[in-house]
Design a protein around this ligand. Structure first.
Ligand SMILES: Cc1cc2nc3c(=O)[nH]c(=O)nc-3n(C[C@H](O)[C@H](O)[C@H](O)COP(=O)(O)OP(=O)(O)OC[C@H]3O[C@@H](n4cnc5c(N)ncnc54)[C@H](O)[C@@H]3O)c2cc1C
Ligand code: FES
Length: 336
C-alpha cells in the first residue's frame, strides 16, 4: 500500500536491476568500435541469464528516443567467458534505428532488456572433420561466436566485405590464420565484385565435403542454398538469415489499429509491424523475420498478405497474424 501505484519490485529495480527474479535485463559495460560502422557491445546479463550455445542470438530491448525497440543480435563472445559478460557486435545500417543507436550512441551503464538466447544455427555435438564458414558483412557475427568457442582441425572461411577495413574482427581472424587455426579467403566486393558462388570450386575445392555454416545477405544465402541443393549436399549447409526473404508484394490498404484508435494508409510491401511502429502504436516484436512469433496479433477484420509466400489470410475469430512478415491486402483491422 505504501508504494502504490508502484510495486516494491519497481523500487528494487532502481537499486538492483540485474537481481534474480527481475525481468531479465543487462547492463552495457563497454562499447568497442570494430570498423567505421560496427561496434561490439559488452553486456553484463542479470542473474536469470541461462547462457548460450555458440552461434545463437539474443533479443534485446533498447530505448531509442523514448520508444522500446526489440532486435535480435548474434552472440559473439565464447560460451566460457570467465567474467560472465557477453558481447554482441552490431553493424549500423542506413536509417537503422537500433543499430545506429547501439553503434554510435550507446553508453556504458545503460540498462537494456534481454531475452534468453535462442536459435538453431549452432555447431553439432560431434565435431565435423572439415568445416566451411561462408559469411558476408555482419553475417560474420554468429560464426565469430563459433570460432571463439570451438577449434576444428580443418576450418576454412570465405568472407565478403566491401573493403579490407570493413572486415569485422579482421585482426583476430588474421591471428587465427597466423596460428594455423584457420584458412581465410577475403572477397573485397568493391574491387572483386560480389562472390559468384561457382567460384567456391576454385577457392575451396572440397567445399561439398565440408559441413558449412553460412550467414550473410539474402542474395548470398539464396545462391548457396541453390548451389548446395544442385550438388545434392544441402544437408551439409546451415544458414542464418538476419531478415526475412520478402518475395511478394501487392496492393495495400487502410490499416486500423483498433485498440489504439489509429488508422493509417499502408502499401502492400511494408510489414504491418513497421506500419504500426511508424504510427506510434505499441507493437510487440522479436526477430522481425518470421521465426520467433513474438509479434503475433489478432486480425479483427480485412485481409493481410504473407510477404514470404503471397498467401492471403482473411479475418475470422481467433485468427492470428505475424505482423513482421504480413502486409495489408486491402483494408484491415489489427487488434493493437
Ligand atoms: C537471428 C538474427 C541475428 C542477427 N544478428 C545480428 C548481428 O549479430 N549483428 C547485426 O548487426 N545485426 C544482426 N541482426 C539484424 C538486426 O536484428 C537488425 O535487423 C539490424 O540491426 C537492423 O535494425 P535497425 O533497427 O537498425 O533497422 P530498422 O530501423 O529496423 O530498419 C531500417 C531499414 O533497414 C532495413 N533493414 C532492417 N534490417 C536489415 C538488415 N539486417 N540488413 C539490411 N537492411 C535491413 C529495413 O527494411 C529498413 O528499411 C540479426 C537479425 C536476426 C534475425
Ligand atoms: S517478430 Fe519474430 S516472428 Fe515476427
Amino acid at each position: 500500500m505504501v508504494t502504490t501505484p508502484l510495486l516494491p519490485s519497481d523500487y528494487l529495480d532502481l537499486v538492483s536491476p540485474l537481481r534474480s527474479g527481475a525481468d531479465l535485463r543487462g547492463r552495457i559495460e563497454a562499447v568497442h568500435p570494430e570498423t567505421g560502422d560496427a561496434a561490439t557491445i559488452v553486456i553484463r546479463p542479470g542473474r536469470g541469464w541461462r547462457g548460450h550455445t555458440a552461434g545463437q542470438y539474443v533479443r534485446i530491448g533498447v530505448d531509442v528516443d523514448g520508444v522500446r525497440l526489440w532486435r535480435a543480435y548474434s552472440i559473439t563472445s565464447p560460451t566460457d567467458r570467465q567474467d560472465g559478460r557477453v558481447t554482441i557486435t552490431v553493424k549500423a545500417i542506413p536509417d537503422g534505428k537500433v543499430s545506429n543507436h547501439l553503434v554510435r550512441r550507446a553508453k556504458p551503464g545503460t540498462l537494456i532488456q534481454l531475452d534468453q538466447p535462442t536459435g538453431d544455427f549452432v555447431l553439432p555435438p560431434a565435431k565435423p572433420a572439415k568445416v566451411l564458414y561462408l559469411t558476408a558483412g555482419s553475417g560474420i557475427t554468429p560464426v565469430m561466436g563459433m570460432l571463439r568457442d570451438t577449434e576444428f582441425d580443418d576450418v576454412v572461411m570465405v568472407h565478403c566485405a566491401p573493403r579490407p577495413q570493413d572486415v569485422i574482427f579482421r585482426s583476430e581472424l588474421h591471428d587465427l590464420v597466423a596460428d594455423r587455426k584457420l584458412r581465410l579467403t577475403e572477397v573485397h566486393t568493391d574491387t572483386d565484385g560480389k562472390l559468384d558462388i561457382a567460384r567456391l570450386d576454385e577457392l575451396v575445392p572440397d567445399w561439398a565435403e565440408r559441413e558449412t555454416w553460412a550467414c550473410g545477405p539474402t542474395g548470398l544465402l539464396d545462391a548457396a542454398e541453390e548451389h548446395w541443393t544442385e550438388y545434392g549436399v544441402q544437408e551439409r549447409l546451415h544458414t542464418e538469415r538476419f531478415r526475412a526473404g520478402i518475395v511478394v508484394t501487392g496492393d495495400g490498404g487502410e490499416v486500423t489499429f483498433s485498440a489504439t484508435g489509429k488508422t493509417v494508409d499502408a502499401d502492400g510491401a511494408t510489414p504491418l509491424l513497421d506500419v504500426g511502429e511508424e504510427a506510434g502504436v505499441l507493437m510487440p516484436s522479436g526477430c522481425r523475420m518470421g521465426i520467433c512469433f513474438g509479434c503475433v496479433t489478432p486480425l479483427k477484420a480485412g485481409a493481410v498478405r504473407d510477404l514470404r509466400t503471397g498467401e492471403i489470410t482473411e479475418a475470422e475469430p481467433g485468427v492470428l497474424i505475424q505482423t513482421c512478415v504480413s502486409a495489408a491486402a486491402g483494408p484491415c483491422d489489427i487488434e493493437r
